[in-house]
Design a protein around this ligand. Structure first.
Ligand code: ADP
Ligand code: MG
Length: 699
C-alpha cells in the first residue's frame, strides 16, 4: 500500500511532457552540429534516416532550346555577356549560349568572386528553375559550376534534404554520405517476414531513397509509392506497433488491486438512478467491471459521443472501487466540469454514504490542507477535481481507480508514456472517457496500448439536434427566436467568438456581447460566463443556470465540454467560422440532452474562407461524432488532430495514417508475427528506430 506523498505514478501518464529539445552536449548553440542536434539529427543512424524531400536531376544536360519554363533543368553553356545592370536594384546579368540557343542568368546578390567565375568566355554547368521571360528564358540564382564540358555527370539524382535553418544543403549531403558509408545497414527483419509482406531489402531501399538511379520514376518517389518508400514506411509503422505492444506488456506485468467484490453501493446506485441503463451502457459496464476485477491494471478508453451517458459509468466504476475498500479519483479538464461532476456524483453517491472530497486549484490554505489530509488518511473515498489532483501533493492512501474525463483534453500522448514508477507495488486501474472518437487507423496506431469500449447508443427519447447556418446579417431573427424559446420555458446558450490568442480579449468580447444582448432582450434573465471570472463567480452563474434562474447564458468556450443542462435546447454560436470541427461538435453537444427538440444556430460572418466553409458544411451535414472526427482528421492530419505536436508524441515521419491505412494494418499483424516468431529481431528493430529518441523504450 502506498502512503508516500510523492505524486501518484498514474499521473505520470498524464502530465504533459515537453517535446524534447535536444541540447547538443557542450557544443556552442549555433554550430552546425548544434543546429542539427536540435532538429534531432545526432547519430549516424539519424542521418541515414534523414530522407530527401525531393530530387534534382543533374544526370542530364538539356539543350537550351528544349528548356521548358516552370521546370528545373541543367544546361552546359559558355558565357557570352556579363553586366551589372540596374533594374530597381543592382544585379548581375549573365548571358550564356550553347549550340542551340541562349539563356539569361540573374543574380540579385552577388560577390565579385561570382562575377569572375562568370566572366565572358567561361564554360559553366548551370542548374536552376527555368522562367519564361519577355526576352526569352531566364534562371534566377541558378547553381553554377565551372565545367570543361567533359566533367562526368552524376549517375544518380541529387537529393534535396529538409534542412534546419543555417545548415547548407551541401553540408548535409556530405554528412549523410559519410553516415551512409559508416553505418552498417543490416536488415534485422527475417527473410520470412520480408517475403510475407513483400518488402525490399532495407539497405537497398535506403540507398535508393538517398540516391535514386538514373531513370527512376521521380513521381513514384515524390508520391512515396516507390517500393523503397514502402519499406521505410512499413518499418516505421512496425516499430510503432512493437513499441505499443511493449508498453502493453509492461503494464500487464504490473499488479493492481482486484476490485472484484460486488457490494451494496453500486447496486443501490443502479437501483436509485432515475433511468435504466441503455444496452450500450450495460455492455460497457460489464467490460469495465470484469477488467477491474483482475489483478492487472485496466487501461481502458470509454468512447461515446456527446450525451451518450459516460458519467454514470464513471460513477458505477467508482462505486465498485469504493465498496471494495479503495479510493477512486475523478479528474476533469475544466473547473466548471469538475464541479458539475462533483455535484452530480454527490447527488448520486452521498445518500449511499460515500465520502466525497473536492479538490481544485482554487482551494486555498486550510480548506486545501483539510482536503489533502482527508485524502491521505483515507477518509475521502471519492476525490473529484481538476488537474490540481496532479499538481498538488496529493497522497492517496489506497487509490484503486483513476478516472479521467474528456481525456483528449489532457493530451493523448502522455498516456503512451508508460514509464510510471514501476517500483510502485500496485497500480490503480485507469479509465479514460472521451467524446472525441478516434478513427480506426488512428486508434490502431496511437491507441494500440489501450482497450476501447464504445457507447454507440444515445439514451432513449433523444432527438438529433437540428443545425442551422445563419449569416450574421440575420442576427435580429436569432434574438427573437431566443425570446420565443424562453417564453416557452426553455433555456439557451450564446457562445461568444473564439479569440485564439488572448483569454483577456475573449473575456472582454464576451462582456460586450453580453451587454448588447441584455439591451436587445431586456426582459430576459441573462448570465455571463467566461474564463476570467473568479471561480466562485463561475460556480454561482452555472448553478443559477442549472436552477433555471438564468434564461440565457452568454459564455465563452468554457462551457465546451461536459456541461449538462437538459433544459437548454438552443445554442447560438457566434462567429462559428472561427471554431474547429471538434469544438463545434462538442459545443453543439451541450443541447439535445433532454427529450425536447434542440437547435444549434451557427452564426457566421461573410466572406467565408474555403476551409471555414468546408467545416460548417460538415457540422451542418452530420450529427455523428465519428463522421465529424473522420472529416476533422482528413482536414487537419493526425498530428493536429491529436494535439500531438504540443505534447511531444513522436509523430510518424514517413508514413501517413490516412494515405497508408493499408500499411498500418499490415504492420499491426506483422508486429504480432515478429514478436511471436522472432523476438530478438523485434527488439533490435524497436531499438534501432527509437534508440536515438528514447521514446517508447519501456520494455
Ligand atoms: P456524456 O457522455 O456526454 O458525458 P452525460 O454522462 O453527461 O453524457 O449524460 C448526458 C445526460 O444523459 C445526463 O443528463 C445523464 O443523466 C443522462 N443519461 C445518461 N444515461 C441515461 C440513460 N440510460 N437514460 C436516460 N438518460 C441518461
Ligand atoms: Mg461528459
Amino acid at each position: 500500500m502506498r502512503s508516500s506523498r510523492s505524486k501518484p505514478f498514474w499521473f505520470c501518464n498524464l502530465i504533459a511532457r515537453k517535446p524534447r529539445t535536444a541540447k547538443a552536449d557542450g557544443a556552442p548553440v549555433n554550430t552546425i552540429a548544434a543546429r542539427l542536434a536540435r532538429a534531432g539529427l545526432k547519430s549516424d543512424w539519424d542521418f541515414v534516416l534523414h530522407l530527401p524531400l525531393r530530387y534534382e536531376d543533374e544526370t542530364r544536360i538539356t539543350p537550351i532550346v528544349q528548356l521548358i519554363a516552370g521546370n528545373e533543368a541543367q544546361v552546359e553553356a559558355e558565357v557570352i555577356a556579363a553586366d551589372v545592370v540596374y533594374r530597381g536594384r543592382r544585379q548581375l546579368r549573365v548571358t550564356v549560349r550553347d549550340a542551340t540557343g541562349s539563356l539569361v542568368l540573374r543574380f540579385l546578390n552577388f560577390y565579385s568572386s561570382q562575377s569572375k567565375q562568370m566572366a565572358v568566355g567561361r564554360k559553366l554547368r548551370i542548374f536552376g528553375l527555368v522562367r519564361g521571360g519577355l526576352a526569352g528564358d531566364e534562371m534566377i540564382h541558378p547553381r553554377v559550376r565551372a565545367s570543361d564540358f567533359d566533367t562526368p555527370l552524376p549517375r544518380s539524382l541529387t537529393p534535396v534534404y529538409p534542412s534546419p535553418e543555417g545548415v547548407p544543403q551541401s553540408w548535409l549531403r556530405k554528412r549523410i554520405d559519410r553516415a551512409l558509408r559508416d553505418v552498417d545497414v543490416d536488415d534485422v527483419l527475417p527473410d520470412a517476414i520480408r517475403a510475407r509482406y513483400r518488402l525490399t531489402g532495407l539497405k537497398d531501399a535506403i540507398e535508393r531513397l538517398h540516391r535514386p538511379p538514373i531513370g527512376a520514376d521521380a513521381d513514384a518517389f515524390e508520391q512515396r509509392t516507390d517500393p523503397a518508400w514502402r519499406r521505410l514506411m512499413f518499418d516505421e509503422l512496425l516499430a510503432q506497433q512493437l513499441a505499443l505492444r511493449a508498453a502493453r506488456v509492461a503494464r500487464a506485468g504490473r499488479h493492481a488491486y482486484q476490485l472484484d467484490g460486488v457490494g451494496s453501493i453500486s447496486s443501490r446506485l443502479l437501483a436509485h438512478l432515475p433511468f435504466s441503463l441503455t444496452g450500450a451502457q450495460q455492455r460497457v459496464w460489464v467490460e469495465i467491471e470484469s477488467d477491474i476485477a483482475r489483478s492487472q491494471p485496466m487501461h481502458r478508453l470509454l468512447q461515446g459521443d456527446v450525451g451518450s451517458g459516460k458519467t454514470v459509468i464513471a460513477a458505477l466504476a467508482a462505486a465498485r472501487a469504493i465498496e471494495n475498500g479503495f479510493q477512486a479519483a475523478l479528474m476533469a479538464p475544466t473547473e466548471i466540469l469538475a464541479e458539475q461532476h462533483f455535484r452530480k456524483v454527490a447527488e448520486w453517491l452521498s445518500p449511499l454514504g460515500v465520502q466525497i472530497e473536492w479538490l481544485a486549484g482554487r482551494l486555498t490554505g486550510a480548506a486545501k490542507r483539510a482536503a489533502q489530509d482527508s485524502i491521505a488518511r483515507g477518509n475521502a473515498q471519492l476525490i473529484v477535481g481538476t488537474h490540481a489532483l496532479i499538481q498538488e501533493a496529493v497522497a492517496f492512501t489506497k487509490l484503486g481507480l483513476a478516472i479521467v474525463d474528456e481525456q483528449h483534453r489532457f493530451g493523448v500522448a502522455q498516456r503512451l508514456a508508460l514509464r510510471g514508477n514501476s517500483s510502485e507495488e500496485n497500480a490503480p486501474h485507469l479509465l479514460m472517457l472521451s467524446a472525441t472518437p478516434i478513427p480506426r487507423t488512428l486508434a490502431m496506431s496511437y491507441l494500440a496500448d489501450l482497450d476501447v469500449s464504445v457507447l454507440d447508443e444515445l439514451p432513449p427519447g433523444r432527438r438529433p439536434v437540428i443545425t442551422k447556418l445563419v449569416s450574421t446579417r440575420r442576427r435580429e431573427e436569432v434574438t427573437q427566436r431566443i425570446r420565443a424559446d424562453v417564453a416557452s420555458g426553455r433555456q439557451s446558450y450564446w457562445v461568444c467568438p473564439l479569440i485564439e490568442s488572448s483569454d483577456v480579449i475573449e473575456a472582454a468580447t464576451a462582456t460586450e456581447t453580453f451587454e448588447r444582448i441584455v439591451e436587445a432582450l431586456p426582459d430576459l434573465r441573462i448570465g455571463l460566463l467566461h474564463g476570467q471570472l473568479h471561480s466562485a463567480k463561475k460556480t454561482e452563474v452555472m448553478q443559477r443556470f442549472v436552477r433555471r434562474e438564468i434564461d440565457l447564458l452568454v459564455a465563452t468556450t468554457v462551457i465546451e465540454v461536459g456541461v449538462d443542462v437538459p433544459n437548454a435546447t438552443l445554442m447560438v454560436i457566434e462567429h462559428a467560422e472561427r471554431f474547429g470541427l471538434a469544438q463545434l461538435h462538442q459545443l453543439r453537444g451541450r443541447v439535445g440532452r433532454g427529450g425536447d427538440q434542440s437547435f444549434c444556430i451557427l452564426l457566421f460572418e461573410e466572406p467565408l474562407s474555403e476551409p471555414a466553409c468546408e467545416r460548417l458544411k460538415v457540422i451542418y451535414g452530420t450529427n455523428d461524432g465519428f463522421e465529424v472526427a473522420r472529416r476533422d482528421l482528413m482536414m487537419r492530419g493526425p498530428g493536429e488532430f491529436l494535439g500531438a505536436r504540443q505534447s511531444g508524441l513522436p509523430l510518424l515521419r514517413f508514413a501517413d495514417l490516412q494515405r497508408d491505412a493499408e500499411l498500418v494494418e499490415q504492420a499491426c499483424v506483422a508486429a504480432a508475427d515478429l514478436l511471436a516468431q522472432h523476438p530478438v529481431a523485434a527488439r533490435q528493430h524497436v531499438l534501432r528506430w527509437y534508440a536515438a529518441s528514447h521514446e517508447f523504450l519501456t520494455a
